[in-house]
Write a protein that binds this ligand. Structure first.
Ligand code: S3P
Length: 181
């Protein structure tokens, strides 16, 4: 089984994934890291040389491979839910946890210099405008894909991971009870 963390850039997927994996005794992987290793360059470079379409193709290929693994928590890229095929693959591999953070907080985190330098712009617009515009398109897709929605705005990653672990255990227990009725 695979647990996939989804959510907008800056929602904390890469901070929560290793903590959740440690609690479960699983491994974890950041899909952007694998894309970069395979391409031999940064996500920003891929966007620059191959455009977003080139990046999305690489992202879907890496996702399909990662979802074959067992007992792994995947920190996915923020736009992975855009492709219907990706959403189907993620959902059929195991629980999908959407780390929900408000647009205002995301814009503040993503406006920091280290983030601006690392992450390619998605629209070329100022960050506050970009987050609002892109989130309006993606929110229904995150919602559609998620089997668990977690508020990830006000707690530290360790606490978010602990809550996810608890909720997933409750969901699993419920599923078991339902199947024995
Ligand atoms: C993207 C999010 C990034 C990365 C790429 C595109 C997006 O991942 O995949 O820059 O479209 O939101 P993170 O969410 O890990 O920053």
């Amino acid at each position: 089984m695979v647990i996939t963390l989804i959510g907008y850039r800056g929602c904390g997927k890469s901070s929560v994934a290793p903590r959740l994996a440690r609690r479960l005794g699983w491994s974890w992987v950041d899909s952007d890291d694998v894309i970069e290793q395979r391409a031999g360059c940064s996500v920003k470079d891929i966007f620059e040389h191959e455009g977003e379409a080139g990046f999305r193709k690489r992202e879907s290929e890496v996702l399909a491979d990662l979802l074959q693994q067992q007992n792994v928590v995947i920190a996915s890229g923020g736009g992975v839910i855009l492709a219907e095929a990706n959403r189907q693959m993620i959902k059929s591999a195991g629980p999908v946890v959407w780390l929900h953070v408000s647009v205002a907080i995301l814009a503040r985190r993503l406006g920091e210099r280290s983030s601006v330098q690392r992450r390619p712009s998605l629209t070329g617009k100022p960050i506050t405008e970009e987050v609002a515009e892109v989130m309006a398109v993606r929110e229904p897709l995150y919602r559609e894909c998620a089997t668990l929605i977690m508020d990830a705005e006000s707690e530290r990653p360790e606490q978010v991971a602990r809550r996810i672990e608890r909720h997933l255990a409750e969901q699993a227990q419920q599923t078991q009870e339902d199947s024995t009725v």
